[in-house]
Design a protein around this ligand. Structure first.
Ligand code: BGC
Length: 486
């Protein structure tokens, strides 16, 4: 084969792969042979073809059943003790604390109970965000919980809300704590293990409600923690307040997870009282899916990321899907291509060799650049990642790598959604409330999920509404506190 034939053959193979995978960006262009080879290799590693999606959905269904049948399975399928969705008539003012991934929020939520479905304006909210520093995430648990209590005090003072004066009623608070907690009551649980880079000592195995309550006592705040809520559960409940066909709540942000409404008779491991509703919201903790590596298409980059992570062998699906990790997968790929000379003429940079130096927000920015010369990709690579000089082809390769990793994430997330919606027989009508920066800000994310859903469930995908549910978890925690307080 002549050099020219090899060039076009490689290009045709890469383009065919791309079509096969239904990618929505057509930026293949013509590649030099080296670039075409590198891309073909990466495409075959990161692609999740239709057949693979089906295998994942099948395994997901099996794993969900195992998690519902017995404790300590890979998918933890945690009963949330939330047995009712709100009716829309709930009223009152509640506090909510929301510890997600990078941010911590304090909210005051006023439920105005406008009543019927469709009313969107029946929640008022004041809130403030605080950044949780790396020192707090990885230091002593008591310092972390004291910080939460200090933030609450500051928030209350700023908003003229009384919480130390015995003449005022105790404030009621819903605690959104977005980590895997086994629950024994709506306001009682135990952290099974940290995720998302948190390692604060003395918290694993403990009840986060008690730790928070103790911190409030230390700070003399008259606040009662009425509920312990996962962010997915909060998102689901908050959205159901407005749209009763909401059956799933999903987070696609720093971390990822899903909760859904399950029939209690389909949770064999549940040995508590049977709620009148006959239902229970289950927190799947899907981030842990396939920790055994049975079906997920792991690449060598995923293995390196896992080995070097704060929690090796845990949260395998989360590491392929969520925002904390996508930028790091991308960094590992780019550093590898630079080391083999397939990118940047073999030149790397200190930034490129520093773990977690590429934020997923930078990947979004790269994917958003549609200019002919990829001028913004140049800014990202040369100014922010300190690569001395990039060619137009380097930049196109980098953009393609971002597309591959971003598309893989969306397609895997879609497989999880399809598995749950099929399990609860809602293929004819289901609203999926989704919160998180990845779903909200990553270019084409929702469309890529929809494409994959169509490949998995066919035309029924049109009945699955993926909707943005911003800031739902705080509202949901307040609603759940209201339901628990009723
Ligand atoms: C946690 C979940 C949480 C998700 C999204 C995961 O790391 O295990 O409990 O819902 O992140 O915040």
């Amino acid at each position: 084969m002549s050099a020219a034939e090899a060039f076009y053959a490689a290009h045709a193979a890469a383009a065919a792969d791309a079509r096969d995978d239904a990618h929505d960006d057509d930026d293949d262009g013509l590649w030099t042979p080296g670039a075409a080879r590198a891309l073909a290799r990466l495409e075959s590693a990161f692609r999740v073809p239709k057949q693979k999606l089906h295998e994942i959905v099948k395994h997901f269904a099996k794993e969900m059943d195992r998690g519902l049948a017995a404790p300590n399975q890979t998918l933890k399928m945690i009963p949330s003790f939330v047995v009712n969705l709100p009716k829309g008539s709930e009223t009152g003012t509640y506090l909510a604390l929301d510890l997600g991934g990078s941010n911590f929020r304090v909210c005051e939520v006023t439920l105005e109970g406008a009543g019927s479905s469709g009313a969107v304006s029946n929640v008022r909210m004041r809130q403030r965000k605080y950044v949780v520093s790396d020192d707090l995430k990885t230091g002593r648990g008591t310092d972390l919980f004291d910080f939460f209590a200090d933030c609450v005090r500051e928030f209350l003072v700023e908003n003229g809300i009384h919480a130390t004066d015995p003449a005022h009623n105790e404030l009621v608070l819903g605690f959104t704590f977005s980590f895997p907690c086994s629950q024994t009551a709506i306001n009682k649980g135990a952290l099974m293990h940290w995720t998302k880079g948190f390692t604060a000592s003395g918290v694993e195995g403990q009840d986060p409600v008690q730790l928070l309550q103790d911190a409030f006592h230390r700070k003399q705040l008259r606040v009662r923690v009425a509920s312990l809520v996962n962010d997915t559960v909060g998102t689901l409940v908050a959205h159901a307040y407005q749209d009763p066909s909401t059956h799933l709540g999903i987070i696609l942000g720093t971390g990822t997870n899903a909760a859904y409404v399950e029939r209690i008779d389909r949770i064999p491991k549940w040995d508590g009282p049977i709620p009148a509703s006959g239902k229970m919201i289950v927190n799947t903790e899907w981030g842990a899916f396939d920790q055994e590596g049975v079906v997920l298409p792991l690449t060598s980059y995923d293995s390196v990321l896992d080995r070097q992570s704060a929690h090796p062998h845990l949260q395998t699906y989360e590491k392929m899907v969520s925002g904390l990790y996508l930028g790091e997968v991308m960094r590992l790929v780019l550093a590898d291509l630079a080391s083999t000379g397939e990118l940047f003429r073999g030149v790397s940079s200190t930034v490129l060799t520093t773990p977690y130096s590429i934020d997923t927000a930078l990947m979004s920015r790269i994917e958003r650049d549609h200019s002919a010369e990829l001028a913004d990709v140049r800014v990202v690579l040369e100014d922010l990642i300190s690569i001395p000089k990039t060619s137009a082809e380097d930049r196109r390769i980098v953009k393609r790598v971002a597309e591959l990793i971003g598309t893989r994430s969306a397609r895997l997330a879609a497989a999880g959604v399809a598995a749950i919606v099929s399990k609860i027989n809602r293929l004819d009508d289901c609203t999926v409330a989704i919160d998180g920066s990845l779903f909200e800000h990553y270019p084409h994310y929702a469309n890529r999920m929809r494409d994959a859903l169509r490949e998995i469930v066919g035309i029924a995908a049109d009945n699955i509404l993926l909707v943005q549910a911003r800031d739902g978890s705080g509202q949901g925690a307040a609603l759940i506190a209201a339901l628990a307080d009723a």
